[in-house]
Design a binder for this molecule. Structure first.
Ligand code: AMP
Length: 299
């Protein structure tokens, strides 16, 4: 694996590959790598001839300085994992490389409501930072593919939309959420959880599953409020637990509309976790299963 630190060198590599009718898959990350990231890399390896992974903790997408300071950084272990999984290039730019002093202003992109709902509402400015860094990467590198996780569903939807507004041919490949055995969606932030908190954190997925089992049997609003109650009762502070249209992220007009996406963002002891679950059709057994969500909260 070659480590490249400047756009100039990476662009030269990518253009040479593409001039030889070979393709480049790009996997942008903020490091502290886990199996979720590695699944993206494996998919890139399977689809593209060459895989480029970037590690850059983008300061402009953090809306709290404390969150940026606390973000886990494990570069030595990351390099080892990327070597093992088989990556061609690791791009490790400095902040100055990404945001040089005389960077031209970002073109005006229009995401409509997409960037204002859910994460957009709870993390003001977050998607501005994500779009800023992703535009810089995509505009400069123009890989054939960019691989992004459905764990950050809204993010990949916005980048999909960004690509449609950019004059480049890069295609986005959305990749399935990788979970721990407990169901907890893998996340770099999980490293900040104690064993006890990790045990509680699994309730997020249990609650998503419980909500799914109620689909078509109970009104969406009722499912949402019960889920918030269940999570709150085990110690979460819930930003949102929302059933939305997966294409627009807006509220479905009625409780018989499918597919839907169930999205959740919740705090556990100062750590913010997000997850989501796509539901294609209503619960198939036609019965309202009484699901135990935790010791204290039941449906
Ligand atoms: P991050 O390093 O958190 O910015 O994530 C880099 C990429 O990995 C993003 O496209 C994420 O959506 C993706 N990702 C993170 N966690 C997971 C996961 N558990 N499953 C699938 N993709 C993930």
């Amino acid at each position: 694996m070659t480590i490249i630190k400047t756009f100039g060198n990476l662009i030269a590599f990518i253009r040479t590959v593409q001039a030889n009718a070979r393709t480049v898959g790009f996997v942008p990350t903020m490091g502290a790598l886990h199996e979720g990231h590695l699944a993206l890399v494996r998919q890139a390896n399977a689809i593209a001839h060459y895989t480029v992974v970037s590690i850059f903790v983008n300061p402009t997408q953090f809306n709290e300085e404390k969150d940026l300071d606390n973000y886990p950084r494990t570069i030595a272990a990351d390099i080892q994992q990327l070597e093992q999984v088989g990556v061609d290039v690791l791009f490790l730019p400095t902040t100055q490389e990404i945001y040089p002093t005389h960077l031209p202003p970002l073109p005006a992109f229009d995401f409509g409501e997409l960037s204002m709902l859910l994460e957009g509402a709870y993390r003001p400015g977050h998607f501005d930072g994500v779009v800023q860094v992703m535009h810089r990467f995509l505009d400069q590198l123009q890989p054939d593919w960019v691989f992004m996780g459905l764990k950050d569903y809204q993010q990949q939807l916005i980048i999909q939309n960004l690509l449609e507004q950019m004059p480049i041919r890069t295609k986005l490949m959305p990749c399935a959420i990788v979970r721990e055995e407990s169901g907890l969606a893998m996340s770099s932030r999980n490293q900040l959880l104690t064993t006890k908190q990790r045990n509680t954190a699994r309730q997020i997925y249990a609650t998503l599953q419980a909500a799914k089992s109620q689909m078509g049997l109970v009104a969406f609003e009722q499912i949402e409020s019960k889920a918030i109650q269940a999570l709150t009762s085990v110690g979460f502070e819930v930003d949102y637990f929302a059933i939305v249209d997966p294409a627009t992220l807006t509220k479905p007009s009625h409780s018989d509309q499918f597919p839907v996406l169930i999205c959740v963002a919740a705090w556990l002891s100062g750590i913010r976790l997000i997850d989501n679950l796509l539901v294609e059709t209503k619960a198939s057994n036609g019965q309202s299963a009484r699901l135990v969500v935790s010791d204290t909260a039941t449906y």
